[in-house]
Design a protein around this ligand. Structure first.
Ligand code: BJ8
Length: 385
């Protein structure tokens, strides 16, 4: 069994309030005896951790604060998500990374895969071998076997037993969460939408950091109810005429909110997020009948992402969302040096051209120096819609 870290880090006192609160929340979880699993990717089957009575938390960091430290080891022309996440790990500045007893990585992009090798020198790491095909029996069998291997690792490291009934219960609970978050983002199918894209993003992103499941679902339900009530009472935070934007591309949150801000400051509204912060992880329910491990494996393997080849599920979802949300334009955010999304951007552009939907690709990083340039490009795009 692994040795679990429960003490606060030495540098804790010097952290700003939000970071301290993160540390304290995690410390409370650890003091209650719960194990914590950190993960980086939407393909990670959270049901397995939930079924083991563990708390799981997303570790993709979204700020450039620790990138200089990371660049002492990693090349500077690497995706900022990878550099930032590694930087937070080596500096002990992220409460979630600090308190993770087990860190689960996956074979998605090359940069992450190689970073995980370095991370394994300082953290307890398990790598899931994710196939890059979604439709072959071999890929499905490999992925199911990988999830069984993960379950066994979790059982061994945390001294727990995960039964099929535990997995079924976790599937059911995760489905409730997905259904509620989907109901929340689908409120923006209305014209005008009842919330701005920034608020939608903040709720979707923030929900990842609520660790008590009952409290989380109650909070999401409250958010839905209060948004509906305000709309019914006549509140209109968005103009009827605002062009409706769908965002696709790399995961968002933290400093990349800047992309949403420049779009909305230009007079448009972001109505939908196809990326990992939004619909792609929430759109479908995991089947509750049948063998639970097979259901979980099949469910996660069908997520669309540029690391898949071919990536037809991403395009299927994009098409559906564009129609459902009556989208006037699509903005793709790619992070610098993210090859999978940068290359696939060409296909997304062509796809949107065929549908007659204007498309803009914005490449950015975790800094703020490019806000002026992003604003100019977003402004010109919104003006022509
Ligand atoms: S399911 S989007 S979380 S792989 S780290 S690929 S930005 S170069 S994050 Fe992702 Fe899973 Fe797919 Fe979602 Fe590019 Fe950076 Fe790689 Fe990235």
């Amino acid at each position: 069994m692994i040795e679990r870290k429960t003490e606060l880090p030495e540098i804790f006192e010097s952290f700003a309030e939000a970071r301290q609160n993160g540390f304290l929340a995690m410390k409370k979880i650890k003091d209650s005896g719960k194990g914590v699993v950190g993960q980086f990717c939407t393909y990670t089957p959270l049901e397995i951790f939930m079924a083991g009575g563990l708390v799981s938390v997303g570790l993709c960091s979204t700020s450039d604060e620790t990138i200089p430290e990371a660049e002492k080891v990693l090349p500077s022309n690497l995706c900022p998500l990878i550099k930032s996440s590694y930087g937070f790990a080596i500096t002990d500045k992220c409460p979630y990374m600090y308190f993770s007893d087990l860190v689960v990585g996956e074979t998605t992009c090359d940069g992450k895969v190689k970073m995980y090798e370095l991370l394994a020198e300082i953290k307890n790491v398990h790598i899931l071998e994710l196939p890059r095909r979604q439709d072959t029996p071999e890929a499905k069998a490999l992925w199911r076997a990988e999830l069984v291997r993960l379950k066994e690792r979790v059982e061994k490291d945390f001294g727990v037993t995960i039964t099929d009934d535990n997995l079924r219960d976790a599937i059911r609970r995760r489905n409730v969460e997905r259904r509620l978050l989907k109901e929340l983002y689908e409120l923006s199918t209305m014209t005008p939408p009842p919330i701005t894209g920034l608020r939608q993003l903040q709720i979707l992103f923030g929900s990842q950091f609520k660790f008590d499941w009952d409290e989380k679902v109650a909070e999401i339900q409250n958010a839905i109810d209060s948004i509906k009530a305000a709309y019914a009472a006549g509140e209109r935070p968005v103009a009827d005429t605002a062009p409706r934007i769908l965002i696709t591309g790399c995961p968002m949150g933290g400093v990349t909110e800047k992309v949403v801000k420049v779009i909305e400051e230009a007079g448009a509204v972001v109505v939908a997020y196809e990326n990992c912060t939004g619909a792609k992880q929430l759109d479908r329910q995991c089947p509750e009948a049948g063998d639970p491990m097979t259901s979980i494996a099949d469910h996660y393997l069908q997520i669309g992402c540029a690391i898949m080849t071919p990536d037809k599920n991403r395009f299927e979802l994009l098409e559906r969302l564009c129609e459902q949300f009556q989208v006037d334009g699509v903005v793709e955010m790619t992070l610098q040096a993210c090859h999978p999304y940068a290359v696939e951007a060409h296909s997304v552009k062509e796809f949107m051209q065929k549908k007659g939907i204007p498309y803009l690709q914005l490449e950015t990083d975790y800094g703020t120096a490019d806000i002026g340039q992003l604003s100019t490009r977003a402004g010109a795009f919104v003006e022509m819609l």
